[in-house]
Design a binder for this molecule. Structure first.
Ligand code: COA
Length: 135
């Protein structure tokens, strides 16, 4: 089941978020929103995004390792696309250039590589800007 974030989810999201960054901490904000994927009362995946006037930026998406490759990431993305499609024409995100799994996921979902931000991350890794045009 996909639902909106509740305060009680924070610990589980922080734990899953460490797949993205070892010191991941989910920060609640007025602007960004968080969707969670729950199975048997356990949060197994989440997505954080920011919707602006005509586009959406995905900040984070992660699925617990043992639940990966079961279409949970796909379902989170599809849910977001359906929710925003009337008002937003594109989805934007940035991903580490060495994150092959995530890049392969995004390419499979119709994102294209748009630009590279050289040495964007603290360890010198590049960031890849990816975009999906919805209409
Ligand atoms: C990216 C991520 C959210 C995808 O979630 P998921 O639920 O596993 O994805 P789905 O099952 O819906 O989609 C599977 C697709 O993702 C990609 N993928 C997922 N796991 C993969 C792996 N181990 N190796 C290569 N590609 C992989 C493939 O393109 C795959 O398509 P295929 O099954 O046709 O080969 C998940 O891998 C994850 O949590 N990664 C760690 C966190 C992260 O790096 N997030 C991105 C931050 S920008």
């Amino acid at each position: 089941m996909i639902r909106e974030y509740k305060k009680e989810d924070k610990k589980q999201i922080d734990d899953i978020g460490q797949l993205i960054k070892s010191d991941y901490i989910f920060k609640e904000s007025e602007q960004s929103k968080c969707l969670v994927f729950e199975e048997n009362n356990i949060v197994v995946g989440f997505m954080v995004y920011l919707q602006t006037e005509d586009n959406v930026e995905i900040y984070d998406i992660a699925v617990k390792e043992e639940y990966q490759q079961n279409a949970i990431g796909t379902k989170l993305l599809t849910y977001l696309e359906l929710a925003i499609q009337a008002s937003c024409s594109k989805i934007i995100l940035e991903v580490r250039s060495d994150n092959e799994k995530a890049i392969s996921f995004y390419l499979g979902k119709g994102f294209i590589k748009k630009a590279v931000r050289k040495k964007y991350y603290q360890d010198g890794e590049n960031a890849l800007i990816m975009i999906k045009e919805l209409w």
